[in-house]
Design a protein around this ligand. Structure first.
Ligand SMILES: [Zn+2]
Length: 448
């Protein structure tokens, strides 16, 4: 009886201990599980359930990117797995695996780098894509007007295509590559044209150049529309396209005015009306990114000669008495020469006629009258203004020397100034205006 009691006393705690450890073990097995720690270049990045599955997923990502780029994609980093027992909660959810791959692993591929003057600028997926980008870049500037043909289109810089191993995220699309090569950036500022803007003002405000804005936006003219959107980059193109174009164009030949003096006559007559001629001009244009940088005339063929306007002028008019201040009612030519710019040219802004002549040529008063102004007048340079009565005023601009002063009485044909190129003028000529009743008129309608 005593024996039995002792047995019972020992057995009971033993069983309790056994069942307790069983519960503990069950608990341990139930809560902790085998998994794999993932190491990238020796650094642990996550824990996954299955190392094989992780590698499959990585392989799939590589395959997808390879399909997109057309080249094998490899993992550049060292990848290692370590088998561990972990709590279920520490295991990365399947949906998160792709994110970790994108963030922690560097995938590399072979791309085609466009190298400008020895410096890789952009990388596209393949050599054929790089070639396509360079073709498009050239083609953007090879449009010709009718009657013109493209002679050559070259890059100003040395441009090459090289194979390059790069991170897959460094590969850009052909469109992006084109933009970067053309403007020097892939994110230009977009500017909307406002009232009163001009290309020059916009360029100044953005610290860039008109030619770069013209090139980046392929503008055909410098005229802007309100609300027009312009891509503006403060960087210059990586590659400049130089094109040479040859063309033929028909141009007008202006007629000359010749004067014959008739000693017996006291009148002015037009003996022969002038007629413009025509010529075929062959030229060569050199353009950089679409802007003309050089123009050469290769040949000129006259199709139809110009016919001189011949005026017969009585000598007595030329030697009319000085300083009478009297008006004859008609205007005579202040100088004789070729009309280099007609009335209303330059889009209507030209308020007179330009008569070409050498510096120092005598300018004669078109009619008798009183000098209303003689001096410097802004863009007109040295100028004389004569009032002839009946509201008729004549102006003689860009003179080199003035021979009359305000208040002088002058007679028709009197030398009042010398031809020059003062003020806004590109060469010696007389700018001659006729104002009647406060309005500009075409001088040719008055000159006899
Ligand atoms: Zn003028």
């Amino acid at each position: 009886m005593k024996q039995k009691l002792t047995q019972k006393r020992v057995l009971f705690p033993l069983l309790t201990l056994l069942s307790l450890s069983l519960v503990l073990m069950l608990c341990l097995v139930g809560c902790r599980t085998t998994a794999y720690e993932v190491y990238v270049n020796g650094k642990q990045v996550c824990v996954v359930k299955d190392a094989g599955e992780f590698q499959n997923k990585l392989h799939k990502v590589c395959q997808e990117q390879a399909k997109a780029t057309g080249h094998p994609v490899n993992v550049k980093d060292e990848l290692k797995f370590k088998r561990v027992l972990v709590n279920e909660k520490a295991i990365l959810a399947d949906a998160q695996v792709a994110k970790i791959i994108a963030r922690e692993l560097k995938l590399v591929t072979t791309g085609a780098a466009i190298v400008v003057d020895g410096k890789p600028v952009v990388v596209v997926s393949s050599e054929s894509k790089a070639k396509e980008v360079l073709e498009r870049l050239k083609k953007g500037y090879t449009g010709c007007e009718s009657g013109e043909k493209l002679v050559s289109a070259e890059f100003e810089q040395k441009v090459e295509i090289n194979q390059k191993t790069v991170s897959t995220d460094k590969i850009v699309s052909p469109d992006q590559a084109l933009q970067i090569l053309q403007t020097g950036t892939d994110s230009p500022t977009i500017y909307e044209v406002k009232e009163g803007d001009s290309l020059w003002l916009i360029a100044r405000r953005h610290d860039t150049h008109v030619v770069d804005i013209v090139a980046a936006n392929k503008l055909k003219s410098e005229r802007l529309q309100l609300g027009q959107k312009l891509a503006i980059s403060t960087t210059s193109p990586y590659v400049d396209v130089v094109t040479v174009v040859e063309g033929t164009r028909e141009e007008k030949i202006p007629y000359k005015t010749r004067v014959e003096v008739d000693r017996k006559s006291s009148s002015v007559k037009v003996k022969q009306a002038g007629k413009e001629g025509r010529k075929q001009v062959t030229y060569r244009l050199t353009c950089k990114n679409g802007s003309t940088v050089d123009k050469n005339i290769l040949s000129e063929n006259i199709i139809e000669k110009a016919v001189d306007r011949v005026i017969v002028k009585g000598e007595r008019i030329v030697v009319a008495s000085r300083g009478s201040g009297r008006s004859s009612g008609t205007l005579s030519w202040p100088i004789y020469g070729r009309i280099t710019s007609s009335y209303g040219s330059r889009g209507g802004s030209h308020k007179g006629i330009d008569i070409g002549a050498k510096t120092g040529t005598a300018i004669r008063a078109a009619d008798g009258g009183t000098v209303r102004f003689a001096g410097w007048s802004g863009g007109y340079g040295k100028m004389v203004e004569i009032a002839h009565g009946n509201g008729v005023v004549t102006r003689y601009a860009h003179c080199s020397k003035l021979l009359v002063s305000k208040g002088s009485k002058v007679s028709k044909g009197q030398v009042i100034a010398h031809v020059g190129s003062t003020g806004r003028s590109t060469g010696p000529h007389l700018h001659f205006e006729v104002i009647n009743g406060g309005r500009h008129n075409n001088p040719l309608g008055y000159l006899k």
